[in-house]
Design a binder for this molecule. Sequence first.
Ligand SMILES: Cc1cc2nc3c(=O)[nH]c(=O)nc-3n(C[C@H](O)[C@H](O)[C@H](O)COP(=O)(O)O)c2cc1C
Length: 165
Amino acid sequence: MNKNDEIDNNKLNLIEKPFILQGKVIHGFGRGKKIGFPTANLEYSEDFQKLSTGVFFGFAKLNKFGIFKMVMTIGCNPSFENKIKTVEAHLLHEFNQDFYNEHLSLIICGYIRPLIKFSSIDELLQAIQKDRDFAEKELEDSKYNELRKCENLDNQNSNQNQNSN
Ligand SMILES: Cc1cc2nc3c(=O)[nH]c(=O)nc-3n(C[C@H](O)[C@H](O)[C@H](O)COP(=O)(O)O)c2cc1C
C-alpha cells in the first residue's frame, strides 16, 4: 500500500462485533512521548502472535480515568524494526499523570491502514496525525454510541480478530 492512500474504513466492520484487548499498561521504548504521540503499551501476551497487524481505532477504558477515543497499533512498528509484536494505544486526551500498571481495555471499532516502514520521523508523525484526525471525527458518529459505553467487556473477550491483512 502506498503511503498516500486514503484511509480505508470499509475494510472491516467491527461495530456489530468489536474486537477487545485488555491488559496491564507497561513501559514501551519511550519514543512515543518524545515524538509527541505517547502510547500506552499493553503487557506482552503470547496471544499477540495470532493477532493481525495494522493501525486501528476505537475506545480505551481506564477504570481510574474514564473512556477515551484512541488510535492504536498491533505489530512490530517497522520504522523501528522492533523484534516483538506490541499492542499500543494513543489516547486522544491530555493526561497530566501516567497510568503504568493500570488495567486498560481497548475496544477496537475499525481498521485504518497497515503499518508502514517510514523513512523519516516526519512522515510517521504526519501519518499518526492523520489517523488521529480520522478517529476523532469518525468516533463522533452515533453508530458508535453503544460501543462508547464500554459495557460488558468481559463477555465480549472471546471475539476473534477479524482483520485479514
Ligand atoms: C496511530 C499510530 C500509527 C502508527 N503507525 C505506525 C506505522 O505505520 N509504522 C511504524 O513503524 N510505527 C507506527 N506507529 C508506532 C510508533 O512507531 C510508536 O508509537 C512509537 O515508536 C513509540 O513506541 P514506544 O512507545 O514503544 O516507544 C504508530 C503509532 C500510532 C499511535
